[in-house]
Design a protein around this ligand. Structure first.
Ligand code: G6Q
Length: 561
């Protein structure tokens, strides 16, 4: 059995922490004591004692308003969380990231997604080279190409206008583009079709292409490495689909472009490297939607809107980098997640956008948060003695209210929620938007304050039914409110979560930028694929369960008529 890829254990040159772990820190211990003192407090009481709590425990920056008053906290909690962030060296870690130090220690890489949205006037030096001009050179090439496609100047092999764009990628090379396209659909070129293929399940490709004309279809193959099995398998399927109709190898250069760091592999595939858009090893996959990986986004919404999105990212970067911790939205949200998970033992965070266009935002955040902070060892390779990354999940409101909110309101576990809403509708129809937003506000109220058995009885509910109809309340939530969903707001929101993830990872002392957890399954699948495909009965030496599953699969697959 081939040895699975193993995480490198390296000393972190930036680890300014003492040898004692997180739970030994003075601020952590103070928080543990403080938790015991306030865990019994109810949000009803906290709000009753402070008429201005809602305004006081809120903060606004760059057009995003965060109300965090409905968390189970006092001023002392925030003071101690800020102290913990300082003790963990968050300020220095933020500076190190923005300066391009190699804070992804296990891959020995800089982490510079913030350079992707740096204005041309800024300098970000990596290995002695200012990367900002490179970033803008790629953006300019993307803009020129996008415009040509949008105005119909870039034509297909037969001279037909490109009407369909299919982006093929997976993970970080897919989730961002899909989410951004859905989120900004309102701003998209409506006479074009945009689709995304990621799964190696043939259905994904088939359903994305079945009603399209290859002569009008452009494929963007998005893969940083250009070696990813799913993406290359789908890219080859796309090539065959396209050539079946267009018949001429030369058509590939009109119908395929690539986003990658691997020029050689792109050329080998047959894509003209003049139509390749590059990025760099200091951009992690799940942090790449604002790099060339966003080419489909730019074609959909146009370069102007794309630039506005980058400006939103940059505004949040500036806020994160410079605002005091107490007024810093990503830091507050990150620290509150630590508080809810490590002290109140919350295992998950629900993200609940009250905006239909953000329907893929929770899925996008799942990768951003869980691939980043689902780690079991510290930067030094020692086993952590505390919970790290929670499960992020969610659905757009109000749909979730009629399904899983039951558990959030009356289940036995604590599920902190992030509500996201906008004051202006993009599609104002009747009073839909007021109804939508009244639901958001009502949910945060119901979660925080609940309804006691006495109140339920006073409404005439019989005693036996009262416990079923009572809501304990005291369930924490954040509310993020912005004026309107625009490309800029989307940039602000994504950067907010990126930096919240970094804040959490810094406290937990883990590498938020590697992803060794995806390696083992990949390696094993590569070994298993030939066993499934071989014409002769293969010699299997997996465990008895896997052997039996493979044999059954082969038998039934080959029985197909
Ligand atoms: C993200 C991960 C991962 C990656 C995909 C696609 O941070 O690294 O999701 O984006 O595996 O990789 P390629 O872009 O190399 O195909």
């Amino acid at each position: 059995m081939p040895e699975p890829a193993r995480p490198m254990q390296v000393k972190n040159p930036l680890n300014r922490q003492p040898a004692t772990g997180l739970t030994e820190r003075a601020a952590w211990k103070a928080l543990a004591g403080h938790y015991q003192a306030i865990r019994g407090l109810h949000l009803r009481q906290l709000f009753a004692e402070d008429a201005r709590r809602g305004e006081r425990l809120s903060v606004e920056a760059a057009g995003i308003y965060l109300d965090y008053s409905k968390n189970r906290i006092t001023d002392e909690t925030i003071r101690l969380l800020v102290r913990l962030a300082e003790e963990c060296g968050l300020r220095e870690r933020i500076a190190a990231m923005f300066l391009g130090e190699r804070i992804n220690v296990t891959e020995k890489r800089a982490v510079l997604h913030t350079a992707l949205r740096a204005p041309e006037t800024e300098q970000v030096v990596v290995d002695g080279v200012d990367v900002v001009p490179q970033v803008h050179a790629v953006l300019k090439r993307m803009a020129a190409f996008s415009l040509r496609v949008r105005i119909g100047e870039w034509r297909g092999h037969t001279g037909k206008r490109i009407r369909n764009v299919i982006s093929i990628g997976i993970g970080g090379s897919d989730l961002g583009p899909v989410m951004a396209y859905e989120a900004l659909r309102h701003y998209s070129q409506r006479d074009m079709t945009f689709r995304f293929v990621s799964n190696v399940d043939g259905t994904d490709f088939e359903e994305a292409t079945r009603d399209l004309d290859p002569a009008e279809t452009l494929f963007i193959i998005c893969s940083k490495t250009f070696t990813t099995l799913e993406t290359l398998t789908n890219a080859h399927a796309a090539r065959a689909w396209s050539l079946r109709r267009l018949g001429d190898e030369r058509s590939v250069r009109r119908h395929f472009v690539a986003v990658s760091t691997n020029t050689e592999a792109v050329a080998k595939f047959g894509i003209d490297t003049a139509n390749m858009f590059g990025f760099w090893d200091w951009v992690g996959g799940r942090y790449s939607m604002d790099s060339a990986i966003g080419l489909s986004t730019m074609i959909a919404i146009g370069p102007e809107h794309f630039r506005a999105m980058l400006a939103g990212f940059h505004a949040m970067d500036q806020h994160f980098r410079s605002a005091p911790f107490r007024q810093n939205i990503p830091i507050l949200m990150g620290m509150l997640t630590v508080w809810n998970c490590n002290f109140f033992d919350a295992q998950t965070v629900a993200v609940l956008p009250y905006e239909q266009y953000l329907n893929r935002f929770p899925a996008y955040l799942q990768q951003l948060t869980m691939e980043s902070n689902g780690k079991h060892v510290t930067l030094d390779g020692a086993r952590v003695a505390y919970q790290t990354g929670p499960v992020y999940w969610g659905e757009p409101g109000t749909n979730g209210q009629h399904s899983f909110y039951q558990l959030i309101h009356q289940g036995t576990g604590l599920v902190p929620c992030d509500f996201i809403g906008f004051c202006q509708a993009l599609n104002p129809i009747g009073h839909h938007h007021d109804l939508l937003m009244s639901n958001l506000f009502a949910q945060t109220e119901a979660l925080a304050f609940g309804k006691t058995e006495d109140e339920v009885r006073a409404e005439g509910t019989p005693g036996w039914l009262a416990p079923h109809r009572a809501f304990e309340g005291n369930r924490p939530s954040n509310t993020l409110l912005a004026e309107r969903l625009t490309p800029e707001t989307l940039g602000l929101l994504v950067a907010l979560y990126e930096h919240s993830v970094f804040t959490q990872g810094t406290i937990w002392n883990i590498d938020s930028y590697d992803q060794w957890g995806v390696e083992l399954g990949k390696a094993l699948a590569q070994r298993t694929a030939p066993e499934l495909e071989s014409a002769d009965e293969p010699q299997l030496d997996h465990d008895s369960s896997t052997n039996a599953l493979i044999r059954r699969y082969r038998r039934l697959r080959n029985a197909r008529t």
